[in-house]
Design a protein around this ligand. Structure first.
Ligand code: SF4
Length: 354
């Protein structure tokens, strides 16, 4: 069933709107110029909602300046101090992320009042590392049931204050637990609040990619989730690239260049992996959806790349570029060196993407 639509600045989350891509800055406000550069890099890479930590009053004040540097909505991540939530809202936060249960009843009332005045949503962020004591005692550990119950309780705290602009996240570093917790909560999510999904503290780049892809992918294929964040111990721009790639590969966002590359085998005599990586990087700014193939041999390559709009193959260090014309792949450049072939593809892809 469709989720309710909640607006985070100019980005609509839920409803029939596309699943949005989020990330979080890793640089603190105390290194402000670096923070601005990182935030802009993430915006440029396609991040649609950006979160920053607001751990102290100075950061909450500086939030307003950072917001002016960006076009995308900026979210303030607050943990326990409701006063920081109030300050961040005054500084123009487009959403705040809190866990209402950690803030105290009177304080949450004050935060909700302020959020209502500024028409901004609240993300209820439940995390297996900060589950309420009562639920830990009831369940013995942060089980999926305990996490879902925590989310429900926290949501009810806001509902009881007549607040419904809610987005919910329930995260654990365990993929199965995360997926089960979201599935359980989704079954009790009668108001259909949009869900922010991801696997938290997922580890190094490679293991984090796998854990997030497995968890987020499983949920999205179930129709669960409205906005996603890859949590990676890597530069945050990698989170954005990964999230966009996942959404494209699940057919949920038809944007940007999809690289098709063969795994290589004993027939390969050209640099498939280097060329695929170079094209992926050079073509990352193209918004139009297109498929670019890099195949390691002329025997099977063009056949296996039949879905591509443009592609390259070759033998013994010589490259052949092929492109789709009238629905068929035809050779458009022969016996080229690697650089000429790369430049030809980039130029053709850019004109296709215009
Ligand atoms: S396209 Fe050619 S080189 Fe690549 S895996 Fe298939 S057979 Fe091997």
């Amino acid at each position: 069933m469709t989720y309710k639509t909640v607006n985070v600045g100019a980005v609509a989350v839920g409803g029939a709107f596309p699943v949005s891509v989020q990330s979080m800055c890793s640089v603190p406000f105390s290194r402000y110029s670096e923070l601005v550069l990182q935030a802009k890099e993430l915006e440029e890479a396609g991040c649609e909602i950006l979160r920053v930590s607001v751990p102290d009053p100075k950061s909450a004040e500086m939030f307003a300046a950072l917001k002016k540097e960006l076009k995308i909505p900026l979210v303030a991540d607050i943990h326990f101090d409701y006063r920081l939530a109030l300050k961040a809202i005054d500084s123009g936060a487009d959403k705040i992320r809190i866990n209402p249960g950690n803030i105290g009843k009177d304080n949450i009332k004050t935060v909700v009042k302020k959020a209502k005045e500024h028409h901004i949503p609240i993300r209820v962020g439940v995390n297996s590392g900060s589950l309420e004591k009562a639920l830990l005692e009831k369940y013995g550990s942060p089980t999926p049931e305990a996490l879902a119950e925590s989310a429900k309780n926290n949501v009810e705290l806001l509902e009881n204050l007549d607040f419904g602009d809610i987005i919910v996240s329930i995260k654990s570093s365990d993929v199965k637990k995360t997926v089960q917790a979201y599935r359980i909560f989704d079954g009790m999510n009668n108001e259909r609040y949009p869900l922010h999904i991801g696997v938290t503290e997922a580890g190094t780049f490679a293991s984090g990619l796998i854990k997030n892809s497995a968890g987020i992918g499983a949920l999205l294929l179930d129709g669960i989730g409205s906005t996603i964040r890859y949590s990676l111990s890597a530069p945050p721009v990698e989170e954005v690239i990964a999230a966009k790639t996942l959404l494209r590969s699940l057919g949920l966002r038809n944007e940007g260049v999809e690289i098709i590359a063969c795994p290589t085998c004993g027939r390969t005599t050209i640099d498939v992996s280097g060329l695929a990586g170079e094209l992926e990087k050079s073509l990352s700014g193209i918004k139009t959806h297109m498929k670019v193939a890099v195949m390691g041999c002329v025997v099977n390559g063009p056949g296996e790349a039949a879905e591509a709009d443009i592609g390259v193959t070759g033998a013994a260090g010589k490259y052949i570029v092929f492109a789709k014309k009238d629905g068929k792949l035809s050779v458009v450049l022969k016996d080229a060196d690697k650089q000429t072939a790369t430049e030809y593809i980039i130029k053709s892809a850019e004109s296709f993407g215009r």
